[in-house]
Design a protein around this ligand. Structure first.
Ligand SMILES: Nc1nc2c(c(=O)[nH]1)N[C@H]1C(S)=C(S)[C@@H](COP(=O)(O)OP(=O)(O)OC[C@H]3O[C@@H](n4cnc5c(=O)[nH]c(N)nc54)[C@H](O)[C@@H]3O)O[C@H]1N2
Ligand SMILES: Nc1nc2c(c(=O)[nH]1)N[C@H]1C(S)=C(S)[C@@H](COP(=O)(O)OP(=O)(O)OC[C@H]3O[C@@H](n4cnc5c(=O)[nH]c(N)nc54)[C@H](O)[C@@H]3O)O[C@H]1N2
Ligand code: SF4
Ligand SMILES: [Mo]
Length: 744
């Protein structure tokens, strides 16, 4: 090892917490040796988790692909970048010529929400294809929240974020931020924020079938039966009306539809749902009264409210409770972030509202949602012949073979397409099916800015990390990879200049802004503004443009103190932009210009929910996360492997005794059967079993040498993918009915 010459700052790209890291850099070796939390980071103040601490291992992982792989005579072999782009162009153009670009499917995985490339350049690949075969991890995750916010506010990205630093009463439903570090609530140091809540006299309620680490901190833990939160929340709404606790506060003039919600909730008194939810009616009443009585309260729902049969209904009810108790858009309640790269506020105006189902999936007729099809539909769209059949697949930062239901079926389907391309650093369960793999460089050779997550922050901020090291000669970064793919699809060939993509986006964006009378650059010339952007890579030019047009931006000189990319470069620990501020009505885009509390599409789910108010025997399967894991792709790091980070079936002692379970159980779901090691724990509710996802690293032909040593099983092989939230197309990954028995 050589002398460590410097440190460098880098925002951690692994999860939504966006912690600032200090890396020790070994310039001689061209690698980093360690990572610690950056105490001066304006947002994370030094917080870091075990994954962030393993950033060097992730960056240096010898299994990370250093060169593209191209399939030759059936084998994936290393190729030069020129050869790989040529192979990508040949494969894509072959399929496009034969079946048209709508026959190319794109799957965007979770890390694409954590990279500049995924946020700014992946959309260009989709757009240039003009395909409706678009899939992403959103329909395995937060799509119900988009749909609910879409209907309520007319704006599917106007997420309601719990104001963690100021709330007096926090209700966490189906989230475990002590382990996940938070999601749709970008808050570095969630544990510290929960401690601070208690310190200022606030209270925490956790609703979760499992006594998680977060639940351990709660003043009250309601161990709800999985999949029943919609009924529980409807009962809370019922109590709010019944006991005259509805108080819209300053939102009074901005909300319509209150009476329809009152009528819908009338069918759900606590006594009618208690047995179904496994929560005493009195506890539901107390919850409603406490939320209403708290000086401020924030109800926050995550995965357990989302990847369930009534995901959109549940996500909506979370915000209905926030709205009816006057807690939306006020300090200490749930608020809207002001993304630094969003557009500067405009005067309130009605919008076009929100709609889904503008087209339908070819095979099962699933409605389009945010221009996407349900991830569970990808396999059948590949398998089913006919006009529009998927003949090529592009995956970007995704591992749907493990992450999506019925992975084995998708795995087989991927082998039947005419061409598959993956942009991914690993040869894993999904990418092993590809004909071409284009690996992005490691994070230290990549710039970072949280484009997507800036809309979910609990405190507004802007931070930029330039690359720590220059790219190796001839190696493109992921922005360039995706830009070149977009041009390849357009038929411009593998050698087209990727900056054409940036020029196009910049021209189009500025063109719109100068013609908008409310824009800070209204009436100016596109050429003048373009000339003001910095020299440098295309993504820097685009980020600078977005920052300058944003709510804190310099408006290209109109507000000289405002943000530019250079200002962020001059503030390497980031720029704090203050606590969240009220945004109603400016944020609303509904047709009425109000918060439309009673969308008919969502209320139409209420009778179906009511019909489900039974309490069937049988096990319900839920998921869980581990502090030293991240979905499917961090099991290859030695520091994060082993110990308690294992793929086990958690089951309550009473259930285990009744079934005579000892070491191993057989779990049978609608999609298949698995043998799994048993972990008996009273942390989990009787009648519920839990298995983590992202395991099953025993497929042949992968290059994950550490992960393969303790492969675990793929929980999603139990799931046939037929159960989904109909309003959002989101897969049911929690509360899946399964049978459990003794092995042998
Ligand atoms: N049963 C069950 N299933 C689940 C869940 C659950 O709770 N239970 N959770 C769901 C959720 S919330 C999600 S978000 C999905 C995730 O679903 P996916 O996004 O499909 O899966 P990941 O495991 O996140 O895989 C990420 C992929 O991105 C690659 N990658 C990592 N960094 C980069 C990068 O910088 N660039 C590129 N191009 N690639 C990169 C990794 O190698 C890996 O192949 O899983 C879902 N699946
Ligand atoms: N360490 C780690 N951190 C991660 C990830 C990871 O894999 N590992 N993944 C990242 C991703 S992609 C995401 S989307 C976020 C997710 O962030 P979270 O949603 O906070 O993560 P989970 O741990 O899945 O929490 C879901 C909780 O819901 C509970 N639950 C399951 N079913 C139900 C139900 O029907 N009702 C209720 N009320 N609760 C239920 C589960 O017991 C679990 O505790 O985490 C991110 N952060
Ligand atoms: S919580 Fe951990 S993984 Fe998430 S951003 Fe922070 S250091 Fe990275
Ligand atoms: Mo996720």
């Amino acid at each position: 090892m050589s002398f460590v010459s410097r440190t460098a700052l880098r925002i951690c790209p692994i999860c939504e917490a966006t912690c600032g890291l200090v890396l020790t850099v070994d310039d001689d070796a061209g690698r980093i040796d360690s990572a610690r939390g950056d105490r001066d980071d304006v947002f994370s103040h030094g917080f870091i988790c075990p994954k962030g601490a393993s950033f060097p291992e992730l960056d240096n992982d010898p299994d990370r692909l250093r060169a593209p792989l191209v399939r030759r005579d059936g084998e994936l072999v290393e190729a030069s970048w020129d050869e790989a782009f040529a192979a990508a162009a040949e494969g894509l153009q072959r399929v496009i010529a034969a079946s048209g670009s709508p026959s190319v499917a794109v799957y965007l995985g979770n890390p694409s929400a954590h990279t500049i490339a995924g946020s700014l350049y992946a959309p260009g690949v989709v757009k240039s294809l003009g395909t409706k075969q678009v899939y992403s991890a959103s329909t395995l995750d937060q799509m119900p929240k988009h749909v609910s916010c879409g209907y309520l506010f007319g704006n599917p990205v106007a997420f309601t974020i719990p104001d963690l630093d100021r709330t007096d009463y926090l209700v966490i439903i189906g989230g475990n931020p002590l382990v996940s570090n938070g999601s749709l609530a970008t808050a570095a140091d969630f544990p510290g924020k929960l401690k601070a809540l208690h310190k200022r006299g606030g209270r925490l309620v956790v609703i979760d079938p499992s006594r998680t680490r977060t639940a351990e901190l709660a003043d009250r833990h309601l161990a709800v039966r999985p999949g029943t939160d919609a009924a529980l929340l409807f009962a809370v709404v019922n109590v709010l009306f019944d006991e005259d606790l509805v108080e819209l506060g300053r939102l009074t003039d901005h909300v319509t539809g209150v009476e329809q919600v009152r009528a819908a909730a009338a069918d759900f008194p606590p006594e009618a749902v208690a047995a179904h939810c496994g929560i005493p009616a009195e506890d539901i009443r107390t919850l409603a009264r406490e939320i209403a009585a708290a000086p401020s309260a924030a109800v926050y729902g995550r995965i357990g409210t989302s990847t369930v049969e009534f995901g959109t209904l549940t996500s909506w009810l979370v915000d209905v409770v926030n709205i009816l108790t006057g807690n939306l858009d006020r300090a200490g309640g749930v608020m809207f972030a002001s993304p630094s790269i969003g557009s500067a506020p405009r005067p309130p105006r009605p919008g076009r509202g929100f709609a889904t189902g503008r087209w339908r999936s070819r095979v099962s007729g699933h409605p389009e949602v945010l221009s996407e099809m349900p991830a569970v539909a990808l396999a059948e769209e590949i398998e089913t012949p006919g006009q529009g059949q998927v003949r090529a697949v592009i995956t970007i930062a995704g591992n749907p073979v493990l992450s999506a239901p019925d992975g084995p079926r998708l795995s087989e389907a991927l082998d039947t397409v005419d061409f598959m391309l993956s942009v991914d650093p690993y040869l894993n369960e999904t990418t092993r099916h590809a004909d071409v793999i284009l690996p992005p460089p490691p994070p230290t050779r990549t710039a970072h800015f949280d484009v997507a997550l800036s809309g979910a922050v609990v405190r507004n901020n802007a931070r930029y990390s330039p690359p720590v090291f220059a790219l190796e000669d001839g190696r493109p970064d992921e922005c360039e990879i995706l830009a070149r793919l977009a041009l390849i699809v357009l038929g411009m060939g593998p050698a087209a200049d990727p900056s054409l993509v940036d020029d196009q986006v910049i021209g189009a964006t500025l063109g719109k802004e100068v013609n908008d009378p409310h824009s800070p650059v209204s009436g100016r010339s596109v050429e003048e503004l373009t000339a003001m952007l910095p020299a440098g890579p295309g993504y820097e030019r685009r980020l600078d443009m977005m920052l300058r047009l944003g709510p804190f931006g310099d408006g290209f000189g109109a507000t000289p103190d405002g943000l530019t990319l250079q200002k962020l470069k001059d503030a390497p620990h980031g720029v704090d932009l203050g606590a969240l501020t009220p945004r109603v009505p400016e944020v609303l885009r509904t047709a009425s210009g109000t918060i439309e509390l009673a969308p008919e599409q969502i209320l139409a789910e209420a009778p179906r929910l009511h019909a489900s108010l039974t309490s069937e025997p049988g096990f319900l399967l839920i998921g869980r996360r581990h502090l030293r894991s991240n979905n499917s792709w961090m099991h290859n790091l030695p520091a994060l492997s082993g110990g308690t980070n294992r793929c086990t079936l958690q089951i309550h002692p009473d259930d285990a005794a009744r079934l005579g379970l000892e070491d191993t159980a057989v779990v049978t779901g609608p999609g298949g059967k698995l043998e799994v090691p048993v972990e008996i724990t009273d942390a989990i509710r009787p009648g519920v079993v839990s298995l983590p996802h992202g395991w099953g690293h025993d497929e042949p032909g992968t290059r994950l040498s550490v992960a393969a040593q303790s492969p675990g099983v793929n929980v999603n092989a139990l799931n046939d993918g037929t159960l989904l939230d109909p309003l959002s197309g989101t897969a049911v990954l929690n509360a899946l009915p399964v049978e459990v028995s003794r092995a042998g």
